[in-house]
Design a protein around this ligand. Structure first.
Ligand code: PLP
Length: 392
């Protein structure tokens, strides 16, 4: 980056949009490429934006601080981050199995089945949740039996909001030399920082809370071990999962308000979950902050009263499935200009999805709504929902 071209009193990050960077001469080119081939960061030299870009690198520094990581890489989506994280452990066919907790984002599940198993022939196994929680004795037996190479789980699962009892799970895996990977999208580093508790790799769909405005798709993969960093840099470089500088710059701005946004979202969600839990038209509410939730104890232990996340999954009541579906449709229609049906989450505006319409094969309940709670005034939010519930 040619610093001389920057105004001296510029204090905000700039978007460096070069695809390729100016290199002084043949000798400098040789030296810089030689360093790059060893995946070393050459502090004064950038080569090509698919390899490394100063704007993206600056935002990665900010993410390292937020996540307590020694390295962080930005990718074009959460799925790209998951691909990077998992692919660096693939070294040809027939290695030990990779074990995934059963309750994870549907897209990750499809990636596992269609790409990892279907195309790459990786031996993948699932560890099933039972009655909305993971049994640690059973996990111990499973780890000893399968001897997996890596273990992947979500701190807070999408959409059932199961909290993994992460500390004993990580300890169990580490004792057996298993690599631990955590998708921390729903918990965010504000509730829990997995690397500080021994996880090897943490992943985010930054599309969700980190960006938080519904207008940016990005992913993060972060860790501590330098050998994993080198492998991830190499994979991202040659597969081309790099985030563009303009998106990185926008993410930088959004990250400045991430903590206050997420705090407000969690506070709103806790109050709203209690309200819904006591509402006669709601059959049941899944929210880890409610004492009746199957993994409330795990949430308290892991998140230490910092919050319980900002997604609530609940079940609209009805005499039978047909009636439930009808009530659900009325509810969604009543809300459409206030809390719209948008298939993402984590935005500053509250949004919702009918779970069965998207993942009906796994979650066939037609009354199930996943509500992503925003930063609106709580009173307004409650009134809006109460009005929609009064419509059926
Ligand atoms: N991980 C979780 C928990 C998610 O909910 C999602 C998307 O919904 C992803 C990963 C994938 O992220 P992206 O949509 O940014 O690729």
């Amino acid at each position: 980056m040619n610093k001389k071209k920057m105004p001296l009193n510029s204090h905000l990050l700039a978007s460096y949009q070069e695809s390729g960077f100016f290199l002084k001469n043949r000798n400098a080119t040789k030296r810089i490429f030689a360093e790059e081939k060893k995946h070393r960061r050459c502090p004064d030299a950038y080569i090509y934006s698919r390899y490394r870009n100063p704007t993206v690198a600056a935002v990665e520094e900010r993410l390292m601080e937020i996540e307590g990581a020694a390295w962080a890489l930005l990718a074009q989506s959460g799925m790209a981050a998951i691909d990077i994280a998992l692919s660096i452990f693939q070294r040809g066919p027939a290695t030990r199995p990779w074990l995934f907790f059963s309750e994870i984002y549907g897209g990750t599940n499809s990636f596992i089945d269609l790409i990892l198993r279907g195309r790459r022939g990786i031996n993948v196994e699932r560890f099933q949740a039972i009655n909305g929680a993971y049994d640690l004795d059973l996990l111990q037996i499973t780890l000893d039996k399968l001897k997996p190479e890596l273990l992947f789980f979500e701190a807070v699962s999408n959409p059932m909001l199961i909290i993994s009892d992460a500390l004993p799970i990580i300890a169990m895996a580490k004792k057996r030399g298993i690599i631990v990977m955590v998708d921390n999208t729903f918990a965010t580093p504000l509730l829990w920082r997995p690397l500080e508790d021994g996880a090897d790799i943490v992943i985010h769909s930054a599309t969700k809370y980190l960006a938080g405005h519904g207008n940016l798709t990005a992913g993060v993969v972060a860790g501590k071990r330098p050998d994993f960093a080198r492998a991830a840099v190499e994979y991202r470089k040659w597969v081309g999962h790099m985030l563009g500088p303009d998106d990185a710059l926008r993410l930088d701005g959004f990250l400045k308000t991430f903590a206050i946004r997420f705090e407000k979202q969690c506070a709103n969600a806790l109050k709203l979950a209690n309200f819904l839990n006591n509402h006669k038209k709601i059959a049941s509410v899944l929210y880890p902050g409610l004492p009746g939730h199957a993994t409330h104890r795990q949430a308290k232990k892991l998140f230490k009263n910092r919050g319980y996340g900002a997604v609530i999954t609940f079940d609209i009541g009805g005499a039978d499935d047909k009636k439930k579906q009808k009530n659900c449709d009325i509810f969604i229609k009543e809300l459409q200009n206030k809390i719209p049906l948008v298939p993402t989450l984590g935005d500053v505006d509250s949004i919702l999805i009918p779970v069965e319409a998207i993942w009906g094969d796994r979650y066939p309940n037609p009354g199930m709504i996943r509500l992503s709670v925003g930063i609106e005034s709580y009173e307004k939010l409650q009134t809006t929902i109460a009005d929609a519930l009064a419509a059926f």
